[in-house]
Design a protein around this ligand. Structure first.
Ligand SMILES: NC(=O)c1ccc[n+]([C@@H]2O[C@H](COP(=O)([O-])OP(=O)(O)OC[C@H]3O[C@@H](n4cnc5c(N)ncnc54)[C@H](O)[C@@H]3O)[C@@H](O)[C@H]2O)c1
Length: 362
């Protein structure tokens, strides 16, 4: 018998996962849930799913095994905690948490409830990141000396609309979020490839004086930085640089460079390269980087095919009663560095320590 899944949050992003859960061979029941009755009825018809619920509070009272929470970004940790305490396994979209206190509470809830928790970080399963994890496992990087991760997403590329639909009528009060509060696309690649964590950071922010209608003192966060960049010390002695830019003349990207004592990986708009001391060769990281059950293997979905891998990782971890690779301890390692880096940028680069919650028990 398969497991049952409740999809909570059917806004812009949540629906792209519904069919993948429906298709997974170990899932035999999918229910839908949203506060908005119009979204619920539209998606119920689209996906031919008749079991629907009007709120998280309603669906956590059912016998459904696991909830996939793809609600607004500041709701993830409190909703995940509530659902785990009600006996549900939980997957949330990124970021896992929005404060260090939420990181504490999430880890404690996983420990005290024993429920499975996974964070849906798409970059973890990007072809280039999977390619580099494999190279790292083969030892061909040598020791990691330096890595780079960057997420470029200009304000004009849909971010205004995202703010409007996530915050509703209060959207103007909620513009200009600190870019480092959404750092996980960059940190997940670096941490999962190097196997090291970020221990301290010195960061700087860029104030775009011509666009102060977005980054303003009178918003909920009062953040003025459209772009933030940080230099991180890694626990293996290496360093990493992360750039989170929201005001940039660029089509947009999530990309990485990794430099080791024996080999390196570089990628830019012209392609990807594996480099070593004698030269370099072009490489093409594949979207088929891990086995997946059919029909998911033939239906990888969005964000460079990462959606199908995320779905399978969550389902498989529940079925086999194991912690997923993006478990709670990893998830807080992905978001806490950004929370501290923003504080460092506010102090013009003061070096600050990054807390750690340890690793998943084996
Ligand atoms: N690459 C990625 O990893 C990636 C890409 C896009 C979005 N996201 C994340 O996905 C999340 C959702 O983004 P979105 O653009 O779809 O947001 P959205 O505002 O369009 O959708 C959120 C939905 O959640 C519903 N909701 C909120 N509280 C609820 C509750 N208590 N019960 C039931 N439903 C509830 C809302 O009614 C809304 O329909 C965000 O947190 C974002 O960070 C991640």
């Amino acid at each position: 018998m398969g497991i049952s899944i409740g999809m909570v949050g059917l806004g812009a992003f949540g629906p792209s996962f519904v069919n993948l859960f429906k298709l997974h061979p170990k899932v035999d029941r999918v229910a839908l849930c949203d506060l908005d009755p119009d979204k619920l009825s539209t998606r119920s018809k689209q996906f031919q799913i008749s079991e629907t619920y009007n709120s998280l509070d309603e669906i956590i009272k059912t016998d459904i095994d696991a909830l996939v929470i793809i609600t607004q970004h500041w709701m993830h940790a409190p909703q995940a905690i509530k659902a785990m305490k009600a006996g549900k396994h939980v997957y949330t979209a990124v970021p896992a948490a929005y404060s260090l206190e939420e990181c504490d509470q999430l880890v404690e809830t996983v420990k005290s409830t024993g429920q499975i928790y996974m964070n849906g970080e798409t970059s973890f399963f990007y072809p280039s990141v999977a390619f580099c994890r494999k190279k790292a496992s083969e030892g061909v990087f040598g020791k990691f000396v330096y890595s780079e991760g960057e997420y470029f997403h200009d304000l004009s590329h849909g971010l205004i609309q995202v703010c409007q639909h996530r915050y509703g009528k209060n959207w103007k009060h909620n513009t200009g979020l600190p870019p480092f509060w959404y750092i996980t696309h960059s940190t997940s690649g670096i941490i999962s490839v190097t196997g090291a964590r970020m221990t301290e950071v010195s960061a700087k922010g860029y104030v775009d004086t011509e666009h102060d209608e977005w980054w303003r003192k009178d918003t909920a966060t009062g953040n003025l930085f459209s772009n933030e960049v940080g230099l991180f010390r890694m626990s293996d002695g290496g360093t990493a640089r992360i750039a989170e830019f929201r005001r940039i003349g660029h089509p947009g990207t999530v990309r990485f460079r990794f430099f080791g004592t024996e080999g390196s990986f570089e990628a830019d708009v012209s392609g990807a390269r594996w480099c070593h001391k004698k030269g370099w060769e072009p490489v093409e990281p594949t979207m088929q980087h891990e086995p997946l059950p059919e029909p998911l293997a033939s239906n990888l979905g969005g964000h460079q095919g990462s959606h199908a891998y995320l779905v399978h990782e969550f389902v498989d971890s529940i079925v086999n009663e194991r912690h997923p690779r993006i478990n709670v301890w990893q998830a807080v390692r992905y978001c806490a560095p950004g929370l501290i880096a923003h504080k460092s940028a506010l102090k013009d680069g003061e070096t600050m320590k990054i807390p750690d919650w340890g690793s998943a028990p084996s």
